[in-house]
Write a protein that binds this ligand. Structure first.
Ligand SMILES: [Ca+2]
Ligand SMILES: [Ca+2]
Length: 365
């Protein structure tokens, strides 16, 4: 590791997974598996590349015994109808944005210490300027088994890593125009969204779409991870992090739309890359909604992660090509993690939503 201090600093500000290997077993889902009643018909004016999600009440989160605490308890929430991208935003789509606007992503800029230190313990000393250089976190596993409670054993800060050079200098996205864009910070996703006239989904909207109209299913397609041995998402087969077998055909990202869509016609809601949402990460969000934890009052920090108390994090959903049975198990619609708002990684991307126009709604009435 060239710059151990920046690695340390960024690991602290990066999401700290609460994953452990105790989440392997699969329990029968006890929740209501009835179809969701939809509330908003599809507007007559279509949005290219997007699917209409008809809105309604649904069960968010889970009561499964082996799920992570931040996913519990299951709570009923309601969303209004919206359009959502059929697939994750691709390198090709992001390149068109950069070409048109000249936008420079966060990973391509020199880190701002004044911003960075807000997410570090108060007595953290300022590193030398030579250490604060553009870069991003890249999955870099060792070739042998390591303890799975130390993410620094497989995440490395790589100078010069960004969306155009996903593994760092020398790597490129040539031939990967149809792969999801990665190394995207929240600010980058919001800037792209503004350019295309869309927005990031809320956490509720994302999960409603991922569930494909079915309440209480463990996966986006039902209760089996690989029904009849068929892979329905790009995840990690083998023993994480060193033994990536790629039985599903992909060791890293896959072209969007490679795996079968869910019932709404959406690709890669599970796996491929994690997807940023608009919400701050609050580990007690569902507990608060269910009255099992105090409500957040106005003026309180909207972000809460006991494993990463200084970080300001956004919710990401769906898991990635790095989610394995022995680690993470986040390839489920209810799964959620916080990710630092001001940095990206090689396994986090996004997709966008769009509200119906007043005109298109009125045409339906
Ligand atoms: Ca894979
Ligand atoms: Ca995804």
């Amino acid at each position: 590791m060239k710059n151990p201090l920046i690695q340390f600093l960024l690991i602290v500000s990066f999401f700290i997974s609460s994953c452990d290997s105790s989440k392997e077993s699969k329990k029968e889902n006890q929740e209501d598996s009835a179809q969701i009643t939809f509330s908003n018909p599809e507007p007559p004016i279509k949005e290219p590349g997007m699917i209409w999600i008809p809105g309604g009440k649904f069960t968010m989160g889970t009561n499964e015994a082996d799920a992570y605490q931040a996913e519990k308890p299951a709570v009923e929430v309601e969303v209004k109808g919206y359009w959502i991208d059929t697939h994750e935003v691709t390198n090709g789509e992001f390149a068109a944005f950069v070409e048109s606007t000249g936008y420079v992503t966060v990973a391509e800029r020199k880190p701002d210490w004044e911003e960075l230190k807000k997410q570090l313990p108060p007595d953290t000393p300022k590193p030398d300027d030579s250490i604060l250089v553009p870069g991003s976190m890249v999955f870099s596993p060792l070739p042998y088994p390591v303890p799975t409670d130390d993410i620094s054993l497989w995440w490395k800060w790589v100078d010069g890593a960004n969306w155009k050079h996903p593994e760092g200098p020398g790597s490129s996205i040539e031939g990967k125009e149809n792969h999801p864009v990665v190394h995207i910070a929240f600010e980058d996703a919001e800037s792209y969204a503004k350019w295309v006239g869309k927005r990031l989904p809320t956490e509720f909207e994302w999960e409603f779409a991922a569930r494909g109209g079915m309440n209480g299913k463990r996966f986006a397609w039902g209760d089996e991870l690989t029904p009849n041995g068929q892979y329905l998402a790009n995840t990690f087969q083998g023993v994480f992090p060193h033994q990536n077998e790629g039985t599903d055909g992909y060791l890293g990202t896959a072209p969007v739309g490679t795996f079968a869509p869910n019932s709404f016609g959406l690709y890669d809601m599970i796996g491929n890359v994690w997807e940023l949402t608009a919400d701050w990460y609050d580990a007690l969000k569902y507990a608060r909604l269910a009255g099992q934890a105090p409500k957040l009052d106005a003026g309180m920090n909207p972000c809460y992660n006991p494993d990463n108390p200084y970080a300001m994090e956004r919710v990401m959903k769906g898991g990635s090509y790095l989610c394995a049975a022995n680690y993470c198990v986040n390839y489920r619609p209810s799964a959620r993690q916080g990710t630092a708002y001001d940095s990206g990684t090689s396994n986090v991307g996004f997709r966008l939503v769009k509200d119906p126009t007043e005109k298109s709604i009125s045409l339906n009435q």
